[in-house]
Write a protein that binds this ligand. Structure first.
Ligand SMILES: Nc1nc2c(c(=O)[nH]1)N[C@H]1C(S)=C(S)[C@@H](COP(=O)(O)O)O[C@H]1N2
Ligand SMILES: [Mo]
Length: 271
């Protein structure tokens, strides 16, 4: 960059020696390729980009792309767009285990899932209640944002079936209709019994037909490190949203707090 280069920002021009680092970063960002950034930005880079309060002007293009990406993903993963599935033989015999936030203590013996909807009495559900509903299985490629993926075979109850059965997620008290967006709460929040790990997911992804409350892995009850007795399996999201050992599930219009979003990841983390 030379001092004769016309700045492509509307920031005041500064003598070369005073050009803030942000201007250099902006150039780097632009040449980086915004789509690449939006789809596969490494955590370190994302963190670096987002932790520079002075650079709101610089950040705008990137933020716009992330938001657009989110909008595209929201539309794309409608009920008619399914993630790719695989023959059961292709599933890993031994599923990888990754991270233990909120599940470092033994599984509570009296485990129940607490369900909370604004303006309605709370509900407690046992694992038998969950298993009484129609079972679904899915073999899909589980993807972790750290850069690994694995074809895995899970079984459980569709979250949408569960919500239909208990008439959850709506203001009216009817079952959830994906098209009745005004009736639906905007988010589903989940947390572990000790609240050590917590996620929020948008309602559309929660109601996606491949989203499960999962209690089986490879046809066996889920083991403790994989999230016994019940975890979220949400194939349209990266691993981070697939909360293990659900303690509380709640509906809200405000974005529920989210463990990894608080640590710099994109809140949406859709595929
Ligand atoms: N309670 C809890 N759930 C969690 C996590 C965690 O640390 N604690 N890690 C998430 C991440 S980053 C991934 S990739 C998956 C890993 O699930 P697995 O251990 O069954 O492979 O769980 C997700 N759910
Ligand atoms: Mo992950």
């Amino acid at each position: 960059m030379t001092s004769s280069t016309k700045p492509d920002t509307d920031e005041p021009q500064l003598p070369q020696k005073d050009v803030p680092e942000s201007a250099l970063r902006r150039k780097m960002l632009v040449s980086f390729g915004l789509f690449a950034v939006a789809s596969a930005v490494p955590f370190g880079v994302y963190n670096w980009i987002t932790r520079s309060p002075k650079e709101m002007g610089t950040l705008k293009p990137l933020r716009n792309v992330l938001n657009t990406n989110e909008a595209i993903a929201r539309t794309y993963f409608s009920n008619t767009h399914l993630v790719r599935t695989f023959p059961v033989e292709e599933a890993a015999k031994k599923a990888r285990i990754n991270s233990y936030e909120g599940i470092k203590t033994p599984v509570p013996e009296d485990w129940k899932m607490l369900i909370e909807t604004p303006g309605r009495p709370a509900l407690e559900v046992t694992i038998e209640d969950v298993k009484a509903l129609p079972k679904q299985e899915i073999v899909f490629e589980f993807k972790c944002i750290e850069g690994w993926s694995q074809v895995q075979h899970w079984g459980g109850v569709r979250l949408s079936d569960f919500m239909e059965h208990y008439k959850l997620g709506t203001r009216s008290g009817n079952g959830p209709n994906p098209d009745a967006t005004n009736d639906l709460f905007k988010y589903v929040g989940l947390e572990t019994p000790d609240k050590g790990y917590y996620v929020g997911v948008d309602m559309k992804s929660a109601l996606h037909p491949q989203t499960l409350l999962a209690y089986e892995l490879n046809g066996q009850p889920i083991t403790a490190p994989h999230g016994a007795p019940l975890r979220l399996l949400i194939p349209v999201k990266y691993g981070v949203k697939n909360l293990k050992r659900i303690g509380r599930l709640f509906f809200a219009d405000e974005r529920p707090r989210d463990f990894w979003a608080e640590r710099g990841y994109d809140y949406y983390v859709g595929l």
